[in-house]
Write a protein of this length. Structure first.
Length: 173
């Protein structure tokens, strides 16, 4: 496979991942806003607490979507580690998302339903960038493809030296 086609293949895979992440995230945003607005209208919870409840519900929904749709082909070993990291990064995302809403609500006294929804949306957007990076980097890591693992093992058993891919523009030594 040429370097150009390998790059094209990696970009195509990344684009598919972004689209799947966006689909699950879009469903999560819908759940987040639905729960947020229901809690605000049906209870007396303050705005940021209502948002935290909505974020937690959306996080559970998103985990299921990411694990069984977006990243279903990723390493399934170590689910406890995966879930622990997912929850850790989700809590950081929750703080980012609701921190924006907190500052708008209590720092600037922007607390109308429209303002709350706008700043919740802004917070979700910023937190989503963090979540995408952290989930794909730390939580749903790429497993070694079976074919590559078998080929590597066969070469090792045959005594052949392992060939590592060269960085673009460098020549093999």
């Amino acid at each position: 496979m040429s370097e150009r086609s390998a790059l094209r293949s990696r970009l195509d895979a990344l684009m598919r991942e972004v689209v799947k992440f966006g689909a699950v995230g879009g469903a999560g945003v819908f759940v987040n806003f639905a729960v947020f607005n229901l809690v605000r209208h049906l209870t007396e919870l303050p705005v940021v607490r209502a948002s935290v409840v909505a974020t937690v519900v959306a996080t559970v929904t998103n985990y299921l979507g990411y694990r069984y749709f977006t990243y279903r082909d990723r390493d399934k070993q170590g689910r406890t580690r995966e879930l622990t990291l997912f929850l850790l990064f989700s809590v950081i995302g929750l703080v980012i998302e609701n921190g924006v809403l907190y500052v708008a609500t209590y720092g600037f006294d922007w607390d109308t339903p429209l303002q709350s929804n706008v700043f919740k949306f802004l917070g979700i957007g910023i937190a989503t960038l963090f979540r995408f990076w952290s989930y794909r980097t730390w939580v749903f890591r790429t497993a070694l493809p079976a074919r590559a693992a078998v080929e590597s093992a066969e070469k090792l058993l045959a005594g052949e030296p392992e060939r590592r891919p060269q960085p673009y523009g460098s020549s093999p030594r």
